[in-house]
Design a protein around this ligand. Sequence first.
Ligand code: RB5
Length: 148
Amino acid sequence: MKVGIGCDHGGFVLKEACIEALNELGIEYCDYGTYSEESVDYPDFAVKVAQAVLNNHVDKGILLCGTGIGISIAANKFRGIRCAHITDVFSAKASAEHNNANIIAMGGRITSPSEAKAMVKAFFSTPFAGGRHTLRLDKITQIEKNYL
Ligand code: RB5
């Protein structure tokens, strides 16, 4: 398992916390920036991580911005990306188990570093349940085919 991680300035502190969690889990990662709290545009980092997932350079992704909202909206513009904006451990687990999310997004201005670490651990230790959830994901793929 290899994870791609990216953020804007609003998510920079949370990116460091997520990297700490990945290290504690023994999961390899690729850091796509940004590398400081200097102002940048979050869509640029959504593009880097979404493309890394779709090109199979990494298996899954983590995106961070001030709220997690803008960067998740941008990532979800890519066909095949299921980016879950999460704010708690329950959602982190559900996004893996029910939605087979391939990217999670969190916000540095609404989530603490310790909460983010707990969410990363919950997400990466929860398998996709399959079954009825696969049928629902197939319908999302069909939406991409019909409307995008
Ligand atoms: C940047 O100020 C902020 O808008 C961004 O980090 C994010 O919260 C967008 O959704």
